[in-house]
Design a protein around this ligand. Sequence first.
Ligand code: FAD
Length: 499
Amino acid sequence: MTAPIDARTLPSGTVLTPDLAIIGGGPAGISLALALANTKLNILLLESGGENFDPANQKMYAGDADGVHYTALDAGRLRFLGGSTNHWGGWCRPLDAIDFEKRDWIPHSGWPMSRKSLEGYYQHAQKLVEAGPWIYDKADAIIAAKGELLPLGDGGIYTSWFQFSKTRDSDLPTYFGHRYEDDLKRSRVKVLLNANVTGIRLAPDAKRVERLDGATLNGKSFTVKPRFTVLACGGMENVRLLLASNDVMTAGIGNQNDLVGRFFGDNPTPRDVGTMVVFSGALAPYYNNTMQMGDGPVMRATFSPTGDFCRAKKVAGSLTTVEQPVELDETGKAAVITTALALGVDASSAKAYSIGCGMELLPDPDRRLTLTGEKDALGLPRLKLHMTMAEADFTLYRKTLQELGRQLLASKTGMLRLNFDKREEWSKTMDWGNHHLGTTRMHADPGQGVVDANQMVHGIGNLYVAGSSVFPTYGSSNPTLNLLALTLRLADHLKKATA
Ligand SMILES: Cc1cc2nc3c(=O)[nH]c(=O)nc-3n(C[C@H](O)[C@H](O)[C@H](O)COP(=O)(O)OP(=O)(O)OC[C@H]3O[C@@H](n4cnc5c(N)ncnc54)[C@H](O)[C@@H]3O)c2cc1C
């Protein structure tokens, strides 16, 4: 067993020379290290925090925000081994094929790779998140015993499925630090805890990383001279390190086209966007709660637009969930009675439910992270987020909800009322997934992206980025399973690139 090393105990001025330095011990960094652990590479995993939460360390994540209300920058992520999985919800769902496509109604869309090129990595990613066997949209046979699917008339919305990272031994999802600490100890990976990378230093020709500056909160400093470096500090901190490392590239590393930090994305989760009535009153429990499928995975149903519907109606992705039961007001009750009469169905046992959603934002270059003049305890400039949401984000999702309502009526199963007409009303119920996406976007053209299709920073041959900051568009699925599949693909690329 190789115990992690506490960087605070290193003699000041220590120089480390690994083949590969991975900056950040969240799920991306840990999974990359383990995927490469059986190669000949000497790997150094540098993690800012220790094994547990430490307020002084967490404070380095503080920053500012303006625009649309958003989670405080030091509340929506965690800075210790395991990263933000130390408080994640464990919701998993693969991205859809359409998420990778160039969608002519969504500016800046189109990944330089297809969903197909991730297929070979999803099973491994699924194992890492411990969400049980890969079932998702093949759930039909398994769920039959647990209650009937709500019939929907033909149309653009179908019942899709989440799986949860919750099948291990408790109701809690997999916390990557605690879960994989022993695997790291048993491997050849050297883990350096309480080790903050404070600068990425390029060679004078700006084509390669020469060294990394490291510092600890007890005043030690050290240097790392790796052959290859992967930045895996999360979708916000990746930006901070790239922008703050501006001694050779004066606008920041990879920022020659002013793209680093732009296109910030998250999945908004507006609450109570609609009220769904089920005429028979019978709703299978997997709609508004998670449910273990026998000895199998924990799952939950959601309503998703099909790729064809998205193309035809020019909408973005969304995953609509059924939430808690609600009481209808008098107008609502009257609407149910008249609709049921018109359809010729019995609605005497009707039940109503609040509807929520996790949705895809349209990419916006002005939704961005920049550096401020304020500095953290190690002298690194803090971040500021400018958060936006467009009118179209609201109107496109309403089209999807209207289609769901139409299909419920067509099957004579139920009806749907949209609760908000105005964006302002809707924004008041807005929550966020705390998924930090898009800030080092992937694009084949260096003029339009920070990293290439292999996640290499354009023009810098030995610097890569892992994590959801590379997503050029966001999809509506939760990101972690997907960023892990991408990271495992990156591991395969690095095996060749480092040979
Ligand atoms: C409340 C909450 C709920 C969530 N729920 C879900 C969910 O249900 N499903 C889902 O898919 N996703 C969810 N997420 C998102 C999920 O947690 C992230 O997608 C995931 O953790 C990102 O992994 P990462 O490794 O890229 O980054 P992180 O998890 O952010 O890890 C980055 C690591 O880098 C370290 N680090 C930072 N700066 C430095 C530095 N300068 N030097 C060295 N190390 C550094 C940090 O300490 C951290 O350990 C949730 C997030 C939050 C906050």
